[in-house]
Design a protein around this ligand. Structure first.
Ligand SMILES: [Ca+2]
Length: 191
């Protein structure tokens, strides 16, 4: 009996720090420095594609030579159709980059839904990685502390192996509801 109680207490002690850390915002994001001039920016995020089957995000070729149409939003749910703005439905690796615009300082809560693997970085910080082959899988809510409004570098590595593909990133602004990321929140340097 005591032994069972002791195990329960130990288990509880192990669980508490985990759940506490999951709610601790990611900090230390670095804004774009220097911030890019407005006349150098174009709408959406830039994307370079590399074609070829991979199984883990670490295998992704970030130097893909196929330049795709910019991503003007981050709610891509293609089913079995073409992946993002590429002309292929399978074997697509995407290196996505540009800037994300935060209108205010404070805690934004991100959620990332991916199929297959994804890695999201903002302001030089790893926000989320779910790097293997999987069906649609939603991250937990990820609180991120934004120190000041403005543009921050964003980088997304994403790949689709086969069958259906999904890449969705949502945010909830400080005190707000979950919503899509689109419009002038996503920009990239003209290329
Ligand atoms: Ca898939």
């Amino acid at each position: 009996m005591f032994r069972r109680l002791a195990i329960l207490i130990l288990a509880a002690l192990c669980v508490v720090p985990l759940s506490a850390s999951a709610e601790t915002p990611i900090t230390g994001l670095q804004p774009a420095n220097p911030p890019p001039a407005a006349d150098k920016l174009a709408p959406g995020l830039a994307v370079n594609y590399q074609y070829g089957i991979i199984n883990r995000i670490g295998e992704l070729n970030e130097k893909g030579k196929v330049i795709g149409a910019p991503l003007t939003h981050l709610t891509w749910n293609a089913g079995a159709g073409n992946v993002l703005t590429s002309d292929r439905a399978d074997g697509v690796q995407a290196h996505i980059f540009g800037f994300i615009r935060f209108a205010a300082a404070g805690t934004y809560v991100f959620e990332v839904n991916s199929n297959d693997g994804v890695r999201l970085e903002i302001g030089g910080k790893r926000i989320w990685e779910d790097g293997d082959v999987h069906p649609d899988r939603l991250s937990p809510p990820i609180p991120v502390q934004v120190p000041a409004p403005g543009l921050y570098p964003i980088k997304i590595l994403y790949f689709e192996k086969r069958n259906t593909s999904t890449l969705e990133v949502f945010w909830a602004p400080p005190g707000g509801q979950r919503t899509n990321i689109q419009g002038d929140a996503l920009v990239h340097l003209k290329r």
